[in-house]
Write a new protein. Structure first.
Lengths: 253, 253
DNA sequence: GCATAACAGCGTACGCCATACGCAGAGGAG
DNA sequence: CTCCTCTGCGTATGGCGTACGCTGTTATGC
């Protein structure tokens, strides 16, 4: 016999289902004083102001003038709240690529959009990711990325791999630059002096005979000039897109 | 006047300095019952067995038959212990590239070496990275990576960028596959059924009219076939190295 | 040989965290 | 009017990192 529906699949936490607009409010009982979006917005506000480490259930509750345990009527756990924070933290996807952009321009725009979000909200990088995206806006980003590759001859699986490659790069690059900013704030050193100081430290530690290549890099003053971090981002992005281009050309034969 | 030494630079935690063999043991007082490497090894053992979340100061102390607070005579904080765990967790670098390998073969070997380490010790991915590498073995990895690019015409800064790009990719890919493994362990689902289950879930959630590209990808069964994750890794790696190759060719002009 | 001072080990205590549980009251449904 | 469900939340538990200070050990200076 065939099953009636395929709903027996993986179960979604209630708060996530409501993010997809699936849950209707039960008619009984007192009217709720808050809502999932209210809570998530408050949590995002806390993270924006004081970083992800400041986001505790009690702190979010204080932000709302409520008691800590009241939140658990709306979200099942802190992890669930974090997942929802990521969804609203990323915000709406950048939209489909402009009609006459080729895939490369489209993906560049897409990557820069994520880049900008992560520069605005570095705490997104500290949220431990526990699985593939299942929230509406996250999947919206995916959709818009896939559309950039619509006109190409890549296989569907390859399109997916390319997006994974790109988003991984963007996150990685953002992590590195945000570490510099955070380290600078923690130690009181000027952001522009952060990498040079690191260079001097490493130069003091290493033996040039055992680390010749590293010593040469330091000698070239690589860490001394403070490049525009956006140039660094563009460099890696272009390397990856060059690699994708090589693949597309090969597939197009 | 010139300063006597340049030691006035950034201060290194004592435990890290001892990892570089800089600290000598003071002559007075009772003989230490443990040592920094003993503690770090115990912590790595705990992480190997039960994951990074199980690594608490008290758990590590129990592993050594000592009291929790005894550890603080050797490491300044848990964060310091984590940094040392990363150093010994990665282990010694894969060594300089074989003499007749070109840069591409060398970097491929280098990337696979990190890949293998991260497959063996997925907890390394969960350690919050707080700055650029300053421990001996970490810098050893960097050195070996740089040597792979020795024969090329890339600028020193470009070599560094390429390594950053690569290691970021390796870590990202490892994160994704380890998430599947962890999710499978947490939910009891077969690892090979993890992605198909995810595909069915997304298919149930999205409206094909609003997510046409995503719907097409799912329809193509991209998530259904369980590819060898090593193939996926190779795919992205080759894309990146293709991009690097394009750059090297342009620089060689 | 003895006093001294540095140091190892660690017991206690503090403040913070996530969250299980159960109670009080609100407010539609019958 | 009664019941039953749902909201808000107070209390309590068990974990965490770690500051502080005590006890006992040990090599050195006298």
């Amino acid at each position: 016999m065939a099953a009636k529906t395929d709903d027996s699949g993986p179960v979604l936490p209630p708060a996530i289902e409501s993010a997809w607009g699936l849950r209707e409010r039960p008619p009984k009982g007192p009217r709720p004083g808050m809502s999932v979006p209210t809570i998530v917005d408050a949590a995002v506000r806390v993270a924006d102001a004081d970083g992800l480490a400041a986001v505790s259930m009690s702190r979010v509750a204080k932000e709302l003038g409520a008691a800590t345990m009241a939140l658990y009527r709306y979200v099942g756990s802190k992890d669930e709240l974090l997942m929802l924070m990521v969804d609203t933290g990323y915000g709406p996807s950048p939209g489909p690529p402009p009609p006459h952009d080729d895939w490369r321009a489209g993906l560049t725009r897409w990557a820069w959009a994520e880049h900008d979000v992560l520069r605005q909200r570095p705490w997104l990088l500290h949220v431990p990711i526990s699985g593939p995206p299942i929230t509406p806006q996250q999947l919206g980003w995916m959709e818009d990325g896939l559309r950039c590759l619509d006109g190409t001859t890549l296989a569907e699986g390859e399109k997916m791999s390319v997006l994974l490659l790109l988003t991984g790069y963007v996150r990685n690059e953002a992590t590195l630059t945000s570490q510099i900013a955070e380290g600078s704030r923690a130690t009181g050193v000027e952001p522009s002096e952060m990498m040079p100081a690191y260079g001097r430290l490493v130069a003091r530690l290493i033996d040039p005979a055992r680390f010749p290549a590293l010593h040469r890099v330091l000698g070239a003053g690589v860490l001394n000039q403070d490049d525009d971090p956006d140039d660094e981002f563009t460099f890696g992005l272009d390397r990856i897109l060059d690699g994708v281009e090589a693949l597309i050309r090969r597939r197009a034969g």
